[in-house]
Design a binder for this molecule. Structure first.
Ligand SMILES: [Mg+2]
Length: 432
């Protein structure tokens, strides 16, 4: 067994980037989309509810979130919505409403931040906070829960875990689901609590990785824990294995900084009746990427459109002329599209904005160049502010994918409220 704070690789000194006394609380909402629906629609509270990916009234897809009550009756995420309804006729099936969950996320983060400073937002329903040296884990977790109960409702159930690394705190929270408050900083709890888990329960260990670990002789979580980190690294097949090993031993290993962003990519599968309008759709996707780039203080220098037809990929690229404004962006997108159209009739298109440069002065949406007309510019900005991005556009874009274009919930990025407002326009007020 290692001495506290000993470097696990050398046995001497603390590991790089952190030592054991650090403590984190990980907060993970239980069945977040389903419980959000129960919060927003009080008549559903206490009932089995599941949210599916698909259009309202057409529950053909898989379940993406299940309420605590539905889970207790055997309904699981990933089940086909129709199968779940057969299994449990009292189940209420609801189409996903990503915008609602994103807006609620931002409200939750703001309220939780009043209890303790948010350390990191991990996903739409997971955040971590750092404990100060005087914080008591049980008191903090109770305060966080109380905050959610009083600021929102008890429909929003959460699980919390405290441990000495973010990774361990996440596993602790997961182990107490639903509704748990699990403290893994108390003496004597670890490592035994970890050994009750399966390899597949560990964040970062998917089914295939677990199979690989077993092949290399790491048959269980205890086997993983007790192995030399170099062996874990080899068995896992990358340095990530070693990072998990360090986190498992309570070391707060900083995640390497992400490389600076290289691209913005927006892609769509085109229904047969949309294929004739692929050009305007490409321009719309380019505009979505352009506005995100602007939010991040970046300006793209090129547009590449990739089209897929019968499994083969074709592409065309065009530089965005200087000074790069929205007009130049859309011009370049049209040029690239016309070149691509010569090659294929795509069933799927991706618009890739590349050659990003820092743009400290946020560029204006329109007429950013010699022909710039401030009065037109202001008028268009005012129209968009009030009626959303779709209200006014530069020469022929086509929002072919309904009101939520560009607003899917990715694992690593939650859209901002400003982004939601811009995309939804007048619908924003109705939704919020
Ligand atoms: Mg969750």
């Amino acid at each position: 067994m290692l001495e506290p704070n000993a470097h696990p690789l050398s046995g001497r000194g603390p590991p790089p980037g952190g030592t054991r006394p650090q403590r984190y609380c990980y907060i993970d909402m239980d069945g977040y989309f389903a419980s959000s629906e129960q919060h927003l629609r009080p008549e559903l509270r206490g009932l089995p509810v599941a949210v599916y990916a698909g259009m309202p009234g057409r529950p053909g897809g898989a379940l993406i979130s299940v309420s605590v009550q539905a889970r207790a009756l055997g309904i699981k995420s990933g089940m086909r919505a129709n199968d779940a309804k057969l299994k449990l006729p009292s189940l209420t099936l609801l189409a996903q409403r990503p915008v609602e969950y994103i807006l609620l996320h931002h409200e939750l983060v703001a309220r939780l931040g009043e209890v303790a400073p948010i350390h990191h937002t991990h996903s739409v329903d997971e955040v971590s906070v750092k404990l100060s040296s005087s914080d008591r884990p049980d008191v903090l977790m109770a305060a966080l829960r109380e905050k959610v109960d009083t600021s929102f409702s008890t429909a929003l159930s959460l699980s919390a875990g405290v441990a000495s690394s973010v990774w361990l705190a996440k596993v602790a929270a997961e182990s107490g689901k639903p509704g748990g408050a699990t403290d893994w900083t108390q003496s004597g709890v670890l490592p035994d609590a970890l050994f009750e888990l399966d390899l597949e329960d560990l964040p970062g260990v998917a089914e295939r990785t677990a199979a690989r670990l077993r092949k290399y002789g790491l048959e269980s979580v205890q086997g993983f824990y007790d192995a030399q980190p170099s062996r874990v690294r080899a068995a896992y097949g990358s340095v990530v294995g070693e990072r998990i090993w360090l986190a498992m031993h309570g070391y707060d290993v900083p995640v390497p900084r992400k490389r600076p962003r290289q691209l913005f990519v927006h892609a769509r599968v085109l229904a047969p009746d949309q294929r004739a309008r692929a050009g305007p759709i490409a321009r719309w996707l380019a505009l979505c990427g352009w506005l995100r780039a602007r939010d991040e203080g970046l300006r793209p220098g090129s547009v590449r459109i990739q089209g897929t037809e019968q499994g083969k990929v074709f592409e065309a690229t065009c530089a965005i002329t200087h000074p790069a404004g929205e007009k130049q962006l859309l011009g370049a997108t049209s040029t690239a599209w016309m070149a691509l159209r010569e090659q294929c009739l795509p069933a799927q298109i991706s618009v890739v904005l590349g050659k990003l440069v820092q743009d400290p002065k946020p560029h204006d949406d329109l007429l950013d160049g010699p022909s710039r007309d401030p009065a037109v510019d202001r008028a268009l900005a005012a129209i968009r502010e009030r009626f959303g991005l779709r209200a006014v556009q530069y020469g022929g874009t086509c929002d072919a994918t309904g009101p939520w274009t560009g607003l899917k919930i990715a694992f690593d990025r939650v859209p901002t409220v400003a982004e939601v407002r811009r995309m939804m326009g007048p619908d924003f007020a109705r939704a919020s």
